[in-house]
Ligand binder design. Structure first.
Ligand SMILES: [Zn+2]
Length: 191
């Protein structure tokens, strides 16, 4: 796999507002402490955009119908280009996480160029597998709702944050925003 880009790492993290403030701050604190070196080199941290909550609601709606309550959407130029939900049981595929399903659908429908620089919204912070796929796909921005640490209270998690993984891949520029509608994503586990 070629990885010769001489890009500066940009694992920027920002917390969010409103109902998710406490959870967002908690999760971003964890990411910040883990990925501090990357953040020092980071581009300006991305604020939560006006559209972020709207796209996150679509990801959470996908999660609502998943085998496990995880969902994702990929957005490019303000348009949803792919959706995914956890299909682990349905497909008999333990790698069919919401993010992986969305990435594979985007690849099948539009090719890898559509992923480059896109934004992926996911109801749960990506695991190590999905975060690797996100980085190799050159997705430019990651927005997640519930953090790995929040999710771990409900379901098994590989205890490494997306910020930690991004910090280990300084050749991939990506910005990360955590905690968007985290409370709503976590409510899916209370069903
Ligand atoms: Zn995953």
């Amino acid at each position: 796999m070629a990885c010769h880009d001489a890009c500066t790492a940009a694992a920027a993290v920002s917390a969010v507002s409103r109902r998710g403030m406490v959870a967002g701050l908690a999760s971003s604190t964890a990411v910040l402490s883990a990925g501090l070196s990357a953040i020092r080199r980071a581009h300006a941290a991305t604020a939560v955009s006006a559209d972020d909550e709207g796209f996150m609601r679509l990801a959470i709606e996908e999660a609502r119908h998943g085998d496990f309550p995880f969902g994702a959407v990929i957005v490019r130029d303000g348009q949803v280009v792919a959706r995914g939900r956890n299909l682990g049981r349905t497909n008999g595929d333990p790698t069919a996480h919401g993010e992986m399903v969305a990435i594979r659908r985007c690849l099948a429908d539009r090719g890898s160029a559509a992923l480059r620089g896109s934004t992926l919204y996911t109801s749960g912070e990506p695991c190590a597998m999905c975060m690797g796929a996100i980085l190799w796909s050159r997705i430019g921005r990651l927005v997640f709702a519930a953090s790995v640490h929040e999710l771990a209270a409900k379901i098994d998690q590989i205890m490494i944050t997306s910020g930690e993984i991004a910090a280990k891949a300084p050749f991939v520029p990506i910005t990360i925003t955590g905690g968007v509608l985290a409370d709503e994503a976590m409510q899916l586990f209370g069903r």
